[in-house]
Design a protein around this ligand. Structure first.
Ligand code: PEP
Ligand code: MN
Length: 355
């Protein structure tokens, strides 16, 4: 299904890349919302975000201030002139936001992964002309992401945008949510007229990753950024580690290099993003292999076996070399790589045996 889109035209500043949306992960208190909003507005932010209903992995965390917070967002609009946006996950959220005059809605990653919930939101949006931003689903599934946008578009919403917030994985990693840049790049190829925002806060999960991720997004030709910013990040009730103060955000944005001739650098940046992605995967797979090796070390210790099992080692080198040839790579290179990996595995198993 083809999407029928109108330009997002959020604030009339759309012609200037990037469009910035900033604000706290959650609206916590009226004071925190107003203080953050005034600081952001003073620094030039035109669109304010704050979560009112918060999807939390486990019960017991701060699940959002709820309806009460909508009045605070209204106050933000009145006092600063910024547009305001919040996350909706149910038809009731949509209805309450529309009544409160919220300007832009966004659909969260957990909701995008659930077609029933997205359809419920779409039905509640029938005949309503409000911009909607759709975050990628938590799992790396481009079709599910596009499908969610098709549902919202099917309800008549023409001003749509996508937000790339990374994808969750089981294993430990540098990023809270893996960027897997090739997925939004493919989204751009499939639907070129769809504005794509990057959410460096949820990709990185840590403050220090916000700036480099913003730059990467700009190098890849993203249209906007949605960044979590809080007047006292360390005391935030949700996502404290990834929020930055309005002043830090302003500094990060001032350092961004925005290349206007988007297309000259975009291709190289896209290829480099693919290399980064491959290297991330290599490192994660190697880390997983090392964990398994250490488990084997424990097994060998418990069963009184020697660390070096020569037959197994030769078998690995031969098999991996042959596989490499089949994949069009040099068997010699892959043997050298596996010799290095094996050397470290032996060293780690020796440590376990001698513990
Ligand atoms: C958020 O933006 O605060 C949020 C909950 O994001 P996501 O849906 O990307 O996890
Ligand atoms: Mn958050």
């Amino acid at each position: 299904m083809e999407l029928e889109l109108n330009p997002l035209a959020l604030t009339g500043i759309d012609d200037k890349r990037p469009t910035i949306i900033a604000g706290p992960c959650s609206a916590e208190t009226e004071e925190q919302v107003m203080s953050t909003a005034h600081q952001l507005a003073k620094n030039g932010t035109r669109i304010f975000r704050a979560g009112i209903w918060k999807p939390r992995t486990k019960p017991g965390g701060f699940e959002g201030i709820g309806t009460e917070g909508l009045a605070w967002l209204k106050r933000v609009k009145e006092e600063t002139g910024m547009l305001v946006t919040t996350e909706v996950a149910t038809a009731k959220h949509v209805e309450e936001c529309l009544n409160a005059g919220i300007d832009i809605l966004w659909i969260g990653a957990r909701t995008t992964a659930n077609p029933f919930a997205v359809q419920e939101i779409a039905d509640a949006l029938k005949g309503v002309d409000i911009p909607v931003l759709v975050k990628n689903p938590v799992n790396p599934d481009l079709e599910l992401w596009i499908g969610a946008m098709e549902r919202i578009n099917g309800a008549g919403v023409r001003r749509l945008g996508a937000i790339h917030r990374g994808f969750s994985t089981y294993d430990k990693k540098i990023y809270r949510n893996l960027p897997q840049w090739h997925i939004p790049i493919e989204l751009r190829r499939r639907i070129p007229e769809l504005p794509i925002f990057c959410d460096p806060s949820h990709i990185g999960g840590k403050r220090e990753l916000v700036a480099p991720l913003c730059q990467q997004a700009m190098d890849l030709g993203f249209d906007g950024l949605i960044v979590e910013s809080h007047c006292h990040p360390d005391g935030a009730w949700s996502d404290a580690a990834q929020q930055v103060t309005p002043d830090v955000l302003s500094y990060i944005l001032s350092l961004l290099v925005i290349r206007d001739e988007k297309h000259t650098t975009e291709n190289l940046a896209q290829l480099r993003a693919q290399i980064d992605e491959c290297d991330n995967q290599l490192i994660e797979v190697l880390a997983k292999r090392m964990r398994v090796c250490r488990e084997i070390g424990t097994f060998k210790k418990e069963h009184g076996m020697t660390v070096l099992q020569t037959t197994r080692y030769n078998e690995i080198l031969d098999k991996r070399g042959a596989q490499a040839t089949l994949c069009g790579m040099s068997a010699e290179l892959i043997k050298r790589v596996f010799e290095a990996i094996h050397e470290d595995s032996v060293r780690q198993q020796m440590e376990i045996i001698n513990q």
